[in-house]
Design a protein around this ligand. Structure first.
Ligand code: SF4
Length: 150
């Protein structure tokens, strides 16, 4: 019988792929998923490299766009493409576990800014949004997955 499959934010697994070259390794998540086949996922590293400039989600006329903080380059399409590639490669994923608050991975916890770069609410990062649409009820962050599997 095949192991259940979990797509997991790579930084939660200990990979040093955050914008500043650090990790957010979460041993509780790793332990909770030890029976799963783990598929690491990071959409930002292949698009922008590591370390990289910070990015933010900006609400532009109702559309969420991901833009670099200093050079103001839009990376929305590139990040979505990375996520779509992961979904296509693993349509049989059982659960998705994503890092909270990230412009890509945050699940309802990502700061959404207006065009003046003021935080107006919390929402989904671009990857979390695509995963949620494709795998409804099977997407978690590093906190909710522990409750789900307890
Ligand atoms: Fe990569 Fe997502 Fe972790 Fe950011 S939160 S470093 S995009 S895996």
């Amino acid at each position: 019988m095949r192991k259940k499959k979990a797509i997991v934010s790579a930084c939660l697994l200990g990979e040093t792929v955050r914008y500043d070259g650090t990790t957010k390794k979460d041993n509780n998540v790793i332990e909770a998923l030890k029976a799963y086949e783990i598929i690491p996922f990071c959409p930002e590293d292949p698009v922008m490299g590591t370390p990289r400039e910070r990015i933010s989600v900006i609400n532009v006329n109702g559309e969420y766009r991901v833009i670099t903080d200093n050079s103001r380059i839009e990376v929305t399409t590139a990040l979505k493409l990375q996520t779509e590639k992961m979904i296509e490669a693993h349509p049989d994923a059982d659960i998705i576990v994503l890092k909270s608050k990230s412009p890509s991975c945050g699940l309802g916890t990502t700061p959404i800014l207006n065009t003046n770069r003021e935080e107006v609410k919390l929402g989904n990062g671009v990857a979390a949004d695509l995963f949620s649409n494709r795998f409804p009820g099977r997407v978690f962050d590093e906190y909710s997955i522990l409750t789900h599997l307890a």
